[in-house]
Design a protein around this ligand. Structure first.
Ligand SMILES: Cc1ncc(COP(=O)(O)O)c(C=O)c1O
Length: 387
């Protein structure tokens, strides 16, 4: 069979591959602790589930408009206004099955062969994968531990060129848990405005933040026309399996993304969209509690990791990941990922799964109980002593 050449440029998310390997080991009888996956281990709040059941009973089981139902888009506009202080027009909003398709569609719609895109590295692997897929040039913006996993502004400037078409930022950040400072956000917006570059701001972890403020570039004056704001329901409301996300963007672009939706998904599941309104309008108690629990776990895991020989871990301000430095162990992070899975039954990800600048780190998700995190840490401790 002839497969199109472009498919060789498409990357992946190894989280799904490690998950498959871990499940295979589990089927062979091995006890696995899952610290590799990027999804909250909480149930979707009840009022959201009830909203979906009601929508099903009310017969919302047919196609919707490709860009989403109006009441959800109105609820999103309200949410964007309350969180970012700017109210988008509903025509700027496209609802998609998960936030991921916004990355896929926007890069597909905006990047031509040879266009350059600056993207965070380490970073969510789909950015680099999609830039390469469409024939763009992926320009990594290194996020270093010494800068609390933010970027160096001089280095940023050195990456700009005549061909820079897009800048991708993600805060709170996967995989490091870093949060961009106000100054960094202002810096990116200044560059984007001066050079007329589109910014894709991935804010799916905006609600999962500890003691820091989330500043959105969308709220910076003059950025409405230059920003694609990407957000979703997977992380904040523990709704990964519902597949619900959205993008807010200039109308010229939203019309194109809507056309991609028509060609690809037709629409996001209609009853899910009704449930999403409940998520945005309903009580926040369960989400607030989830974030509190994440914070306790973060403190616990950071402490535990810093007590491991040869491991050091900065305290992340957001998301539910830690990104410990394992360079002192003298084993590559890929080998370590493999070793920990097979030797101790702990599934983690190598930092290199998030780009070349992630080498020498591991990503652990603390979307798991304190008991399991504790068990995982002692297993890792034992395994490291045997290296
Ligand atoms: C930074 C980032 N952006 C986007 C997504 C996509 O989320 P979803 O498609 O489930 O809404 C993820 C999921 O892991 C992520 O970590």
């Amino acid at each position: 069979m002839k497969i199109a050449n472009r498919m060789s440029r498409l990357g992946t998310e190894t989280a799904f591959e490690v998950m498959a390997q871990a499940k295979a080991l589990e089927r062979q009888g091995k006890d696995i602790i899952y610290l590799q996956i990027g999804e909250p281990d909480f149930a979707t709040p009840t009022h959201i589930v009830d909203g979906a059941i009601k929508a099903l009973r009310d017969g919302h089981t047919h196609y919707s408009a490709p860009s989403g139902i109006l009441p959800l888009k109105e609820a999103i506009a309200d949410e964007v206004y309350s969180r970012r202080g700017v109210r988008p027009d509903v025509e700027q909003i496209v609802v998609t099955p998960g936030a991921k398709p916004i990355i896929f569609f926007v890069i597909l719609a905006c990047i031509e062969s040879g266009d350059e895109v600056i993207y965070p590295n380490p970073g969510f692997p789909i950015y680099e994968s999609m830039i390469n897929f469409v024939g763009g040039r992926a320009v990594p913006l290194p996020l270093r531990e010494e800068n609390e996993f933010s970027f160096d502004q001089d280095e940023f400037m050195s990456l700009l060129s005549e061909r820079t078409r897009m800048i991708i930022i993600n805060s709170p950040h996967n995989p490091t848990g870093g949060v961009l400072s106000d100054d960094d956000v202002d810096f990116v917006s200044k560059v984007a405005k001066e050079k007329n570059i589109l910014v894709l701001t991935d804010e799916v972890y905006k609600n999962i933040i500890y003691g820091a403020e989330h500043k959105s570039i969308y709220s910076v004056e003059g950025m409405n026309d230059l920003t694609v704001l990407l957000d979703g329901f997977s992380k904040t409301y523990a709704m990964t399996g519902w597949r619900l996300g959205y993008g807010v963007m200039p109308k010229q672009l939203s019309r194109k993304i809507e056309r991609l939706m028509t060609n690809c998904n037709s629409c996001t599941a209609t009853f899910s969209q009704y449930a999403a309104i409940e998520a945005l309008k309903g009580p926040t108690k369960e989400v607030d509690e989830m974030v509190e629990i994440f914070k306790t776990r973060r403190d616990f895991i950071v402490d535990g990791l810093n007590n491991l020989p040869g491991v050091s871990c900065v305290n992340p301000k957001g998301a539910f990941y830690v990104f410990p430095n394992v360079k002192e162990l003298g084993i590559s992070s890929n080998e370590l990922e493999n070793y920990l899975l097979h030797e101790s039954g702990v599934a983690v990800l190598s930092g290199s799964a998030f780009g070349s600048h992630g080498d020498g780190y591991l990503r652990l998700s603390y979307a798991n109980s304190i008991e399991n995190i504790d068990r995982a840490l002692s297993r890792i401790h034992k395994a490291l002593e045997r290296i």
